[in-house]
Design a protein around this ligand. Sequence first.
Ligand code: Q9C
Ligand code: ZN
Length: 353
Amino acid sequence: MKTLHNAHHALHQGREEMFRGRMVPCHEVPARLDFVLTELQRRPLGALEAPALDDAELDAAIARVHSARYTAFLAGAWDEWVAMDPANALRDALPSVWPLGNRHAFRTDVLPQNFAARLGLFSFDSGSPLMAGTWAAARGGAACALAAVREVLGGARSAFALTRPPGHHAGPDFFGGYCFLNNAAIAAQALRDGGKQRVAVLDVDYHHGNGTQTIFYERADVLTVSIHGDPATEYPFFLGHADERGAGAGEGFNLNLPLPRGTNFTTWRAALGQALDAMAAFNADALVVPMGLDTFEGDPISGFTLRSNDYFAVGEALAGAGLPTVFTFEGGYAVDAVGTNAVNLLEGFERAA
Ligand code: Q9C
Ligand code: ZN
């Protein structure tokens, strides 16, 4: 399995995130990726490559998933932030005002001139700082997802897009949950555009993949499945319930498997079995796995109790689907274990593939 890693990831390096009324150090730190890369050097699964960033195809692939006004916002965000106040050059940008949803009558069709307002328009939380290098880092991540898709379309059984910031909370026109561009959705769409007929996305991050769900909610050609902490108590709270089954043509093509905080591997593994059954019934011809390692017992912001050895079995079970598979790196905040856990999963996959 080839790994496509993002050489630009450390350009995105938030200082603090808002958490319950105070600023706390960011959980989503560059060392997360470095630990995975180091472990992959110690236990190689295949070549490690850093895809180039300047590619017109890349912008086209991003535009298949994200709106033009959102990517234009991201591309110019830092300059506008600093233009608001030169002192902002020393601060990360965080939103603090939101238009909320349709039922609140706030308008989202008129683009505000005020940049702080636009930060709110294009986000859903205040935990995702944006800084000078965010756009370049996020775009570098999309490049990894796209290069991983090219590997698989070229006949490889699997490929790994090792990138941060993560992606699965980002929607068509919003960031949040530490995510800016939805790498897994970009990969799924690129697989469709590359000739795969039915693509499944199986999200194993602790948090519901709300962005991916929203992107594909009304489509029958991409099955979205997510196993996650129950949104009744867990982030992102406002999406991820079991009764969200898709809409319109996409009805029946979204499956949420929420599990209570505290869930152990035996129960989690049973949910994975359900997810794999749904995928088999869908008859997918390609698979994208948004791979979060925050299901780990030692994760500081999550609540499942998977152990490092369990990830071998997760990888083996995923390989059992027998599909060309793209992995994207998502959450996992027990930083010194994230390399071991990620490579355990991928090695389990490789052994069984
Ligand atoms: N105390 C991903 O795993 N903050 N994003 C929750 C919990 C947001 C997680 C605070 C967590 C986002 C990609
Ligand atoms: Zn997560």
